[in-house]
Design a protein around this ligand. Structure first.
Ligand SMILES: Nc1ncnc2c1ncn2[C@@H]1O[C@H](COP(=O)(O)OP(=O)(O)OP(=O)(O)O)[C@@H](O)[C@H]1O
Length: 241
């Protein structure tokens, strides 16, 4: 099957400073990849570049087998990729929760009634059906996070790009969010500082540091918990896929 995302020696500069340096990456159809790394390492920039929201200085992005250079090429693939922004307020724009979640399906051609039905089902699936009629701007930070995710899942994407999905989400909602994501059948890239979330969801990890991707392992510690580690063998190979 075609890899939904392939990056080939992708470099990105922001404000004249190099952020990504020849990053190569292949995301397989059911991959669960965690990108970890310190603040400012370029993790969000990497996700934005995959979506075509960040113009690379060199290298290529291929989505579902097509090399994408121009906005029109990225645009045709975006409905199949759910991108959870780091800041929920950048994602939510309809007055009520159910309208916001219905927006995606409506945009994909569903009738108003069908889009609302999908929205309510998705909210229920995430355990937040009670939020349906609430005003978006009055939600808590954690509630907004879950509503954003509902909006993406309602579009039935093949890929999820999740930027800090558990930010502000409490333990109970976090457990439900994980359960829902476990049930997601597509490919996923998760950017997270939440070790527990990464250990639970990811099947592999990469560390972004100095603009380069390095192999990382997710280790089990009998006395502690699972979390990603840089793999010493691979430290010198920035282009490991
Ligand atoms: N709008 C912007 N214009 C210019 N530079 C930016 C902009 N946004 C971020 N940067 C810079 O790009 C670099 C990478 O930022 P990015 O947000 O991708 O990092 P990150 O790894 O996601 O960080 P965090 O873990 O803090 O979210 C940082 O040096 C940051 O200051």
């Amino acid at each position: 099957m075609t890899a939904p995302v392939v990056l080939d020696r992708l470099s990105v500069t922001r404000d004249g400073l190099p952020v990504l340096r020849e990053v190569s990456l292949t995301l397989a159809p059911r991959d669960r990849l965690a990108i970890v790394g310190p603040n400012g390492a370029g993790k969000t920039t990497l996700l934005r570049a995959i979506m075509g929201l960040q113009v690379p200085s060199s290298g290529t992005v291929a989505l579902f087998g097509q090399t994408c250079t121009h906005e029109a090429e990225f645009r045709s693939h975006r409905p199949r990729i759910g991108f959870l922004f780091q800041d929920s307020d950048d994602q939510l724009f309809c007055p009520t929760v159910v309208e916001d979640v219905a927006f995606g399906p409506l945009n994909l051609g569903q009738s108003n009634a069908q889009a609302l039905k999908i929205a309510r089902e998705t909210l229920a699936h995430l355990g937040i059906a009670a939020l349906a009629e609430r005003l978006v701007h009055k939600l808590s930070g954690g509630e907004k996070r879950l509503v954003c995710l509902a909006g993406l899942l309602a579009m039935r994407p093949q890929v999820l790009l999740l930027d800090e999905p558990t930010n502000g989400v409490d333990a109970e909602n976090g457990a439900r969010l994980r359960a829902v994501l476990h049930g997601f059948e597509g490919a996923m890239i998760m950017v997270s500082h939440d070790d527990g979330f990464v250990a639970d969801l990811a099947n592999r990890a990469r560390l972004l540091s100095g603009g380069c991707l390095q192999e990382a392992d997710i280790h089990d510690h009998a006395h502690l918990h699972r979390h990603p580690h840089v793999h010493p063998r691979m430290k010198t190979d920035p282009n490991a896929g």
